[in-house]
Design a protein around this ligand. Sequence first.
Ligand SMILES: *Cc1c(COP(=O)(O)O)cnc(C)c1O
Length: 385
Amino acid sequence: MIPVTKPFLPKAKEYDDYLHSIWERQWLTNNGPLVNEFELKLKNYLGLEHLLYVSNGTVALQIAIKALDLKGEIITTPFSFVATTSSIVWEGCKPVFTDIDPETFNIDPEKIEAAITPNTSAILATHVYGNPCDIDAIQTIADRHHLKVIFDAAHCFGTKYKGKSVFEYGDISTTSFHATKLFHSIEGGAVFTRKPELLKKMAFMRNFGHNGQEDYSELGINGKNSEFHAAMGLCNLKYVDEILKRRKLLSLYYIQKLSNLKASFPKHNGDFSSNYAYFPVLFDTKELMLKCLSDLETEKIYCRRYFFPSLSNLPYVQKTSLPVCDSIVERIICLPLYHTLTYSDLDLITRIILRAQNYEVQVPSRIEEDIAELLETALVVNKSK
Ligand SMILES: *Cc1c(COP(=O)(O)O)cnc(C)c1O
């Protein structure tokens, strides 16, 4: 069986050592020493001055929306994981969807301005598959209309944009360290901002709004994470360069093997280094996508339709038709990609996909041959008359 992803696990002994230290201290959660160490090591690794480790990527989004005090409409992408939209609705705001770029699959900045109304308070965009949005264009529009910007950077661990961590951009960026992400702490996430006031506010919010034992300075929530999660993060951080390298090699192998496939891969905005978080394939036709999906499933290889359906079709939002996104969600899948996948796994996967494509094209060509033969026979018959 080959799943679309497998969580990375460090050596059990390494995690055991951390567990042992937790038992010694008997400090399980609430800003413990491992949480502090993890935050520090993450900052060093990412080259960032500030970040707050939180319980997951969804709470990170909710805290970001709350901290910016967003109201009314938030312009957002229909092509993302459901949490991007559900967080907006959960915080009592209205998601307004604008269409995506056909080549990068990220929100199309050119469509944003037309969707701005007097009720718009922010833009919430996802860097889909770890591929940064057109950050400068989005920020320019936001500045012009006095809007806040949140980037859902859940796919972006290790991604750089213009030489800096992509987490540096927007008023707030958020990420997820969920087990399915390329770097994880089982459950977990983070919020990032360069603004000291916002950082302070979010630090209070993460911890019920507590400011000391008996004082409350903000409305808060429980967004903390535990020593056990931080321990997994600390273990995995040691392997992250290896994981990134492995994913890159596998992705390049896929691209080479699939060069004749009737499909395309996302284009990237210039100045950026990919983290190969996913391996999306946009098939030319829905039929070919479905055939590949089912042929792979027959061989117990499970891809995922990331992302389907369009978030603008969720039952709790105002349905919006968005031609580019609606077409892409019908034709895109993510192929298996994880650190223990082998080249021979990839040989098998790509062979099945190419066989599905050949099957598709052979059917009509065989009919054409038959017709040609019939015509020829007819001609011969006519001549001999
Ligand atoms: C995974 C993900 C989230 C949610 O993160 P959790 O840690 O699972 O809550 C949000 N947005 C995107 C784009 C994601 O991929």
